[in-house]
Design a protein around this ligand. Structure first.
Ligand SMILES: Nc1nc2c(ncn2[C@@H]2O[C@H](COP(=O)(O)OP(=O)(O)OP(=O)(O)O)[C@@H](O)[C@H]2O)c(=O)[nH]1
Ligand SMILES: C[S@@+](CC[C@H](N)C(=O)[O-])C[C@H]1O[C@@H](n2cnc3c(N)ncnc32)[C@H](O)[C@@H]1O
Ligand code: SF4
Ligand code: SF4
Length: 328
């Protein structure tokens, strides 16, 4: 059985983008009320007194957009300072990154994954639901800043949507030839916008790999990470290519993670809504941390049975929380 030692922490459910596949315009989202958000102190004591003692050592900050969380730099500093922290990373849309990259690095963040679905400003704006001045340039600047500051590995996440950005796969892959970046293609999942998913569907990673193989060649490779990506490389390239294939392949047997939402719900599996536990309510009621550790250990013991198994019957899309609320 895989060690489960990786916690994805959603810092906030709000976002400054409205990506079509995640928070489509017009979707009614119930944002978490401020008083329902875990405070910094609550989050840090859950990490220090519940998750770390039970064996968690790898943490990823996500959202919504984690850079919108007030005090995010201090949260990074505090988690990085726990002696047991072996890896601390963030997933961000990069829009606010240029002005924050240095401070995040100085606070102890070392790894960053940035979403970039297109190299074409118009397509990018269409995907992120932006109708005003293009936001592409500012995100690109954020990526450059992160690279200059020294984030390593620096990964770019691309959700591939047929007919929207799949024509850019070769151009995005080519970014890795002379840059030490790691571009990952993610199969579109029907969480968040099942209508777009129904209209467009998804493209299997192997098909993308074949396109890339035909143009550039492709060999197996490696890059540091804790996630489900299969890693390849264009021969001679400085960076790598990752493929996250939740629709076409099953990586649940190597699942090593749980998720904590911004309002304190612990979710043992992204694609199975069952068995979530509310940590905030007992924490606020003054529960003994030993009791919360016991509940977490019990959840870990049954996680293999909770891990997603309905792949053969398809991922339904009938989820009550969107990716922005879960953290991806
Ligand atoms: N089905 C499934 N998809 C996941 C899981 N974790 C991550 N993903 C997918 O992978 C995407 C990218 O994840 P990231 O936030 O960049 O993190 P990661 O790939 O785990 O990170 P690394 O540690 O850098 O490998 C997510 O948005 C999801 O689409 C998971 O546990 N299950
Ligand atoms: C929910 S976002 C949160 C972090 C940050 N706002 C960002 O976009 O990087 C985390 C990841 O989930 C991915 N994601 C969101 N909705 C998805 C979907 N329906 N299918 C596959 N990946 C999705 C995004 O592309 C992003 O890489
Ligand atoms: S994918 Fe990230 S940037 Fe896009 S809407 Fe969702 S949370 Fe925001
Ligand atoms: S779908 Fe669930 S079991 Fe599978 S890798 Fe993701 S979180 Fe783990």
């Amino acid at each position: 059985m895989n060690a489960v030692d990786y916690l994805r922490i959603s810092l906030i459910d709000r976002c400054n983008f409205r990506c079509q596949y995640c928070m489509p315009e017009g979707a009614e989202l119930d944002y978490i009320l401020r008083q329902q958000l875990l405070t910094d102190a609550e989050l840090l004591s859950l990490i220090e007194e519940v998750f770390i003692p039970v064996g968690f050592t790898r943490f990823r900050l996500t959202g919504g957009e984690p850079l919108l969380r007030p005090g995010v730099i201090e949260i990074v500093r505090a988690i990085a300072a726990f002696p047991q922290t072996q890896d601390l990373a963030m997933t961000t849309n990069g829009f606010l990154l240029a002005g924050m990259a240095q401070a995040l690095y100085d606070a102890g963040l070392r790894r960053i994954n940035i979403s970039l679905d297109s190299l074409e400003p118009d397509t990018f704006d269409q995907i992120i639901g932006n109708r005003s001045r293009s936001r592409w340039q500012q995100v690109w600047q954020g990526i450059q800043s992160a690279y200059q500051v020294g984030f390593d590995p620096l990964k770019l996440n691309v959700v591939v949507i047929p007919g929207v950005n799949d024509h850019e796969v070769l151009d995005l892959a080519a970014l890795t030839i002379d840059r030490q970046w790691h571009v990952r293609f993610i199969e579109f999942m029907p969480i968040g916008n099942s209508q777009l998913f129904g209209d467009r569907g998804w493209i299997a990673s192997e098909e993308l790999r074949q396109r890339i193989r035909d143009s550039f060649g492709l060999t197996e490779s490696q890059v540091r990470g804790n996630g489900p990506a299969d890693v390849f490389q264009i021969p001679g390239a400085k960076g790598t290519l990752g493929f996250i294939s939740q629709m076409s392949e099953c990586f649940c047997d190597r699942c090593n993670r749980m998720r904590l939402s911004a309002d304190g719900w612990l979710r043992p599996c992204l694609l199975n809504e069952g068995h979530q536990i509310d940590l905030k309510t007992p924490l606020r009621a003054g529960a003994d941390m030993a009791q919360l550790r016991k509940e977490l250990r019990q959840l870990l013991a049954i996680k293999p049975e909770i891990n997603f198994k309905q792949r053969e019957s398809g991922i339904t899309g009938a989820y009550s929380r969107t990716m922005s609320q879960i953290g991806g």
